[in-house]
Write a protein that binds this ligand. Structure first.
Ligand SMILES: [Zn+2]
Length: 309
């Protein structure tokens, strides 16, 4: 149980001088997954101690920061705040160089996960959304002879990706004009939680994907995150506007027109991966109401059992 932030961590975070409360933020009034407007405020601070509140939709259980920073504020956040903040949290340097070893291991794992479907499939093009330094895209490109394009909002990471010979775009997939281009494989690796509009992005991805294509997407399972720390607050962070569960991710995928072909719980017990192909959208898909009720009960149980900060 950790309901307070250790003082050495507190000092490292304070030393960055990041003015979170000075950033422009916007209030979210409707659920991005189901469109309902009854939202439940569940937390009042994040793992760094910033006064970032999270809401959960009373109908579907989707959890998200609310209010949350604007796209412009997130643009500045990824340009020089995000990695130093995560470094301060963990107490070790994490930057566009140091993350590459971890990304190589992650990439090797995920290549094997998709190999039965993508290996020898004759697919040729790939888009990596939020592709960071390109380590993962490069692994996929080499393993399956794919021509890779990478889009990411962090300039320093895109610069690293260019060295792999990938086509790179500095920006957000929600905003970039792909001018009718389509891709056979779309990767959304450790990225969906960082998006500002998950429904809009998945709709976009459905349009960007060729009819025989595949999407790989993975989530940080919110339930795993708060049960692991026995703290809902410590499972939230300003870098993640969204906190998905298996139920909300599946509902998102079905609504956007994707069916899961393969699912895996990662060795870290935190991430859940999905390989999907396009199908008819099911625009009314929702998590089962009984599991939504279970989610709220579990969140409240963890909060009640762990006391206040
Ligand atoms: Zn909802």
């Amino acid at each position: 149980m950790q309901t307070t932030i250790p003082s050495d961590r507190r000092q490292r975070i304070d030393a960055l001088g990041y003015d979170y409360t000075g950033q422009p933020r916007e209030l979210v009034m409707t659920c991005n997954l189901c469109g309902a407007n009854v939202l439940v405020t569940i937390t009042h601070r994040d793992r760094y101690g910033f006064p970032a509140q999270a809401s959960a939709c009373a109908r579907c259980g989707l959890t998200f920061l609310n209010p949350r920073m604007t796209a412009a504020a997130y643009g500045r956040f990824y340009d020089g705040v995000y990695r130093p903040l995560v470094s301060a949290f963990h107490g070790r340097l994490i930057d566009a160089r140091t993350i590459q070893a971890e990304q190589r291991e992650y990439a090797a794992d995920r290549v094997e996960f998709v190999r039965p479907f993508i290996g020898g499939s004759g697919l040729t093009t790939m888009l990596d959304i939020g592709g960071s330094t390109g380590v993962v895209a490069n692994h996929f490109a080499r393993a399956f002879a794919l021509t890779g394009t990478l889009i990411d909002p962090a300039p320093l990471e895109v610069q690293e990706a260019r060295a792999f010979g990938l086509e790179t775009i500095t920006g957000l997939v929600e905003e970039h004009d792909f001018a009718g281009r389509r891709f056979d494989v779309v990767l959304i690796c450790q990225t969906v939680d960082h998006l500002l509009d998950v429904a809009g992005t998945l709709k976009r991805v459905r349009e960007l994907l060729t009819p025989n294509g595949y999407v790989f997407i993975d989530i940080v399972d919110f339930r795993a995150a708060y049960l692991r720390n026995w703290s809902v607050e410590d499972a939230t962070k300003i870098d993640h506007p969204y906190y998905l569960t298996q139920d909300t991710m599946i509902a998102y995928l079905r609504r956007a027109g994707f069916e899961g072909m393969r699912v895996a719980y990662a060795a870290d017990h935190l991430h859940v991966s999905y390989l999907c192909r396009p199908t008819q959208p099911a625009p009314q898909a929702l998590p089962d109401p009984a599991s939504v009720a279970d989610l709220f009960r579990e969140i409240r149980y963890v909060q009640n059992a762990s006391g206040s900060r």
